[in-house]
Design a protein around this ligand. Structure first.
Ligand code: NDP
Length: 503
């Protein structure tokens, strides 16, 4: 059962039924509760999703556990798990346009972005992890025993999947985040229960349909929609969940880490950021100015690595801020279905209020509003691209993650100040340095305390490159060869070898 909605350009958007995927079948929430979903561009209700309770979560985790323990899953050849992921990649590719329309309807981002960034990332990530499934390897180790008992000691390690994983995802890249959790879990032999944000669950539900079509075994992937404090917390507390992989706010990440201590779950946290964009006096401004704008405005600033603190050499401060303001003023806000739109709305009224309140606090504390600094006078949760000048380290807006199209510009006088300025934050997710000087680029890159440093670019993510944060930006890494550590544990097997009588 799918509802159809007509959107701009006469393109139909098919809305998946609001049910929970448990053990290969779709169910309503046990207590029948639902949550209304709204289009952030029009504020109109578009669908209802199921609001899972602890009872539903328990059934989903039990199913994931049963599948994980089943001989069929345990004996499945790693290459065959990879083939399932490859099959899913082909299905996402086949339906990419429809999925992109659904993402735009639910999240608000421009269709071109949903199609060419979000869906492309999802397909790439599925393929990338499909390859990893057959690359799990341990070590063979020569031991040095304390006592010579005539035997020879050897050991080896094997990488064992951790077991049932809970994947909790946010609303800024819903499809990409769901794949980011599901693909490595399956590649490395785990099973998973996914809880998408209730603000944007629709593409994850549609992905669930494709997961069934791909022939992924029942119970290997389960999807429970619902509220974080309810369904999310039940997952975090469930004793059969062995690992949590979470992307979202630092506050929720801290809560999850605290709760998971009771059952000693493995935890990967990809949290907030306050990433600096640093422009040195020798930078190529034709690239650095659009680069700084591009670091903050795409996805309406709802990007964890968004370059929200813009540090500019004082000698070029006026030129850079003028250039970024011009770009911000030219950006066209509108429905994601209008091909002319470059920025969509924020996800919700709540997010719009948060962003507006933080910008107001910045202006009250002395930041200079150079453009934007308010909501658009129209229906939908649109906030104008905003540049605030003359920021200071002690302002609330400099310290808290805004998660909106808002950048705070700050001048510096000397390259030697940058280390202290850039690191003066509780976060450590990303940073970019814009310069033509290799010495400056690499020396600064080594001084900045973040999980990723970009040079003359920003926000380039690739599943081959480890991703995660230092300090309050998170724990552990996703992507690249690091992912194997997040979803598997080494088991050491120690043996004593000795020739028998015949030897
Ligand atoms: P949250 O961190 O609260 O939400 C992220 C996910 O966690 C959602 O699926 C949410 O469910 C779930 N969740 C919430 N509480 C719990 C819990 N106790 N146990 C388990 N899961 C839980 O982010 P918000 O949506 O509240 O956004 C607030 C701010 O967080 C933003 O303004 C932004 O600063 C930051 N953020 C950062 C992101 C990033 O990529 N680093 C992504 C999203 C937000 P539900 O939505 O149902 O509450």
């Amino acid at each position: 059962m799918h509802a159809m909605i007509e959107r701009a350009g006469g393109q139909a958007v098919r809305i998946p039924a609001g049910k929970l995927l448990i053990d290969g079948r779709w169910y309503d929430a046990a207590d029948g509760k639902t949550i209304a979903v709204h289009d952030p561009a029009t504020e109109e209700k578009i669908a209802d999703i199921a609001a899972a309770s602890a009872a539903d979560v328990d059934r989903a985790v039990e199913a994931a556990h049963r599948t994980f323990e089943s001989p069929a899953w345990q004996r499945m050849r790693p290459l065959d798990r990879g083939r399932l992921l490859e099959r899913l990649a082909l299905l996402v590719e086949r339906d990419a346009e429809e999925l992109a329309r659904l993402e735009t309807l639910d999240n608000g981002k421009p269709y071109g972005v949903s199609r060419n960034v979000d869906m492309k990332f999802a397909v790439d990530a599925l393929r990338y992890y499909a390859g990893w499934s057959s690359k799990m390897a341990g070590e063979y180790i020569a031991l040095s025993p304390f006592v010579d008992d005539g035997g020879t000691y050897r050991a080896y390690t094997e990488r064992k999947p951790v077991g049932v994983v809970a994947g909790i995802t946010p609303w800024n890249f819903p499809m990409g985040q769901a794949v980011q959790k599901i693909a490595p879990a399956l590649a490395f032999g785990c099973t998973i229960v996914v809880k998408p944000s209730e603000e944007a669950s629709l593409t994850t539900l549609r992905l669930g349909e494709l997961i069934l079509e791909a022939g992924i075994p029942d119970g290997a992937v389960n999807i429970v929609t619902g509220y974080g404090h309810d369904a999310g917390q039940a997952l975090v507390d469930h004793p059969l969940v062995r690992k949590i992989t979470f992307t979202g706010s630092t506050a929720t990440g801290q809560k999850i880490l605290e709760s998971s201590a009771r059952t000693m779950k493995r935890v990967t946290l990809e949290l907030g950021g306050k990433s600096p964009t640093i422009i040195l006096a020798d930078a190529d401004l034709d690239k650095a100015i659009p680069g700084a704008a591009n670091a903050i405005f795409p996805n309406s600033g709802q990007v964890c690595t968004a370059g929200s603190r813009l540090f500019i050499d004082a000698s070029i401060y006026e030129d850079v801020t003028r250039g970024v303001v011009e770009i911000a003023r030219d950006l066209r806000l509108g429905s994601g279905f209008d091909p002319a739109s470059q920025l969509g709305p924020l996800i919700s009224a709540r997010q719009l209020e948060r962003v507006a309140a933080l910008v107001d606090s910045g202006v009250e504390e002395g930041a200079e509003p150079l453009c934007g600094a308010g909501r658009e006078d129209r229906k939908g949760y649109f906030f104008k691209p905003t540049v605030l000048g003359r920021g200071r380290a002690d302002m609330r807006i400099t310290r808290e993650e805004v998660f909106g199209p808002v950048v705070l510009a700050m001048p510096f006088d000397n390259i030697r100040e940058i280390r202290a300025l850039a690191n003066d934050t509780v976060y450590g997710l990303g940073a970019s340095i814009w310069t033509r000087d290799l010495n400056n680029a690499h020396l600064l890159a080594s001084q900045i305390d973040t999980g990723t440093v970009w040079i003359n670019t920003h926000n380039v993510l690739d599943t081959a490159m480890p991703f995660g944060g230092t300090k309050l930006s998170g724990l552990g890494r996703e992507f690249g060869s690091e992912a194997i550590h997040a979803y598997t544990e080494p088991r050491a097997v120690c043996m004593r070898l000795e020739f028998g009588d015949a030897g």
